[in-house]
Design a protein around this ligand. Structure first.
Ligand SMILES: O=P(O)(O)O[C@@H]1[C@@H](OP(=O)(O)O)[C@H](OP(=O)(O)O)[C@H](O)[C@H](OP(=O)(O)O)[C@H]1OP(=O)(O)O
Ligand SMILES: Nc1ncnc2c1ncn2[C@@H]1O[C@H](COP(=O)(O)OP(=O)(O)OP(=O)(O)O)[C@@H](O)[C@H]1O
Length: 491
């Protein structure tokens, strides 16, 4: 990229999250990722450069090691003309969802990350004329805490995502509870994975987006986005999955297309080579938590039918979901066990503030930082060193709980032998695919107290409302059955 000759007209709004905004080049397969800040909290250019460089280093030295070279794209920090950034910011403003406008794009430093556009097959430097379909999934935390520090029994039964749904709906973030449960997606059981993916398609929230040729065609821009329209989605997808047959439109066609999509995504998610060192993190068999979440409609319906809870089929060790889950499980103590250790580090830093650098709280995220993450002991010897290791592991785990997976699918030409990339078949077509992870920014040390408070809020809200309601239903049912028994007895 020639940073000297930047033209804002060649770039378009692509998407944004809570902390960054992404623009994509119209022709080339690259994006620029800018940081965002609340209006009154601007940082210096030097701080922004360091922040972005830390993101790159963390990707290179930590996440590539854990997840594997092929899945992680670190990009590079680029310095752009300020005039270009200002014009670009003005140009894209009208496309930003209202709910994200509480933060402004950083237009003062001129720094951004330049990354491959993962919504297109990243193996190409230049956009092809071949159509490309891309599915982005933010799977969230795929396990139930196994830590003995957990004080609420409910946290050993219902996963955080399912509990959090109730608080999110109550606070108006989303309109309705999703049937998606991360434990179903991470189960490795195809039936459960289909259910999870279909649930994401029904209620995408910020967990699913679909792009066609780089354009968002499905998924929420914000809570006010219109409800999911499967027939419109099927209309977009039909040429990919049924390229040459005249499958009639209508509900039958919609179902067939969605079924194909879900099957292909499941296959891709279960594929992968065994590179990366997530295996070094494998915890013992006792340290895994229950395989199902009691709130998942899938396991609930099995229970209602009197069937056993499904076995943990397990994910293949080479696949990205497996590796991501291993990194998530670096959260060995749960926030309840971690928080006192964070306080220990805090007390130490209050006494010796100059040690912040030595402890690598704000980087550098180098090989030494990575090596310390591999110590999975949970025996607290009372030292700051132990507390620090657990704090850093927790930050990395939280990062893996909030990252997204991008799956890019491109229909294969007849002579697919020339294609170097893996292929996934569907019933009527074949796709070359690539899988990547994005949003691997290490969670800040400062967010730990917020995590602690939020955790309490999520659980208490769930216990107060949903569980209490369930208990009322159960006791009514119990009363009814008692009444019933009494009646029978009398007769
Ligand atoms: O706490 P959670 O689980 O709600 O996750 C936050 C996400 O909300 P979600 O539940 O996925 O809708 C949240 O996503 P949205 O802004 O809601 O799209 C962010 O990803 C946030 O990360 P950060 O503070 O920007 O680094 C996420 O915060 P972290 O907890 O990962 O720091
Ligand atoms: N390299 C990339 N290629 C294509 N699209 C990307 C890329 N990086 C980010 N995006 C798109 O931009 C969106 C926002 O990016 P990202 O998730 O990194 O933002 P964030 O603000 O860090 O997220 P969060 O809300 O989790 O903090 C993503 O959901 C994705 O659709």
């Amino acid at each position: 990229m020639d940073e000297g000759k930047m033209d804002e007209n060649e770039w378009g709004y692509h998407g944004e999250g809570n902390k960054s905004l992404v623009v994509a080049h119209a022709q080339r397969c690259v994006v620029l990722r800018f940081l965002k800040f609340p209006p009154n909290r601007k940082k210096t250019s030097e701080e922004i450069f360091q922040h972005l460089q830390n993101i790159v280093d963390f990707g290179k030295n930590v996440m590539k090691e854990f997840l594997g070279e092929n899945y992680v794209h670190c990009g590079e920090v680029v310095q752009l003309p300020l005039d270009f950034v200002k014009q670009l910011c003005l140009k894209i403003q009208c496309e930003r969802p209202e709910s994200r406008c509480d933060k402004d794009l950083d237009t003062l430093s001129g720094y951004a990350l330049c990354l491959p556009n993962l919504a297109r097959l990243q193996t190409y430097r230049f956009a092809e004329h071949r159509p490309i379909l891309c599915v982005e999934i933010k799977p969230k935390c795929g396990f139930i805490p196994f830590s003995s520090d957990v004080t609420h029994e409910m946290k050993h039964k219902v996963c955080r995502y399912c509990m959090h749904q109730h608080l999110k709906v109550a606070t108006g973030k989303w309109k309705q509870i999703s049937k998606y449960c991360p434990l179903d997606l991470y189960s490795g059981n195809k039936q459960r994975m289909y259910f999870a993916l279909k649930s994401l398609l029904q209620e995408a929230q910020n967990n699913l987006k679909i792009f066609k040729n780089g354009e968002l065609i499905y998924g929420c821009k914000d809570a006010r986005s219109p409800v999911a329209d499967w027939s419109e989605l099927a209309h977009h997808l039909k040429p990919f999955f049924f390229p040459s047959n005249g499958l009639a439109s209508g509900p039958h066609c919609t179902r067939a297309v969605i079924r194909e999509l879900v099957r292909v995504i499941t296959r891709v998610l279960l594929s992968g080579s065994d590179k990366g060192r997530a295996g070094a993190l494998r915890s013992g068999p006792g340290l895994r938590g229950p395989p199902v979440c009691e709130a998942s409609p899938f396991s609930r319906s099995l229970r209602c039918q009197g069937k056993n809870t499904p076995e943990r089929s397990g994910l293949p060790k080479g696949c990205l979901l497996y590796k991501t889950l291993q990194v998530q499980m670096l959260d060995l103590l749960d926030i309840e066990g971690l928080y006192p250790l964070y306080r220990r580090v805090e007390r130490y830093l209050e006494e010796f503030p100059e040690q912040r650098k030595t402890l690598q709280i704000d980087g550098p995220y180098d090989e030494a930082f990575y090596q310390r993450l591999l110590d999975l002991s949970t025996e607290d010897d009372g030292t700051v060193a132990f507390a620090l290791t657990k704090v850093q592991q927790y930050r990395v785990a939280m990062t893996a709980k909030d990252c997204s997976i991008m799956i890019a699918l491109s229909p294969c030409l007849q002579d697919a032998s020339s294609d170097q990339r893996p292929i996934v078949p569907s019933s009527r077509s074949r796709f070359a695919f690539s899988v990547s992870v994005l949003d691997l920014d290490l969670k800040p040390y400062e967010s730990i107290p917020h995590q602690y408070k939020l955790d309490g809020k999520i659980v208490n809200y769930y216990l107060k409302t949903v569980h209490a309601k369930d208990a009322t239903v159960m006791s009514t049912r119990f009363k009814e059955s008692e009444d019933c028994t009494l009646v029978l007895h009398k007769v």
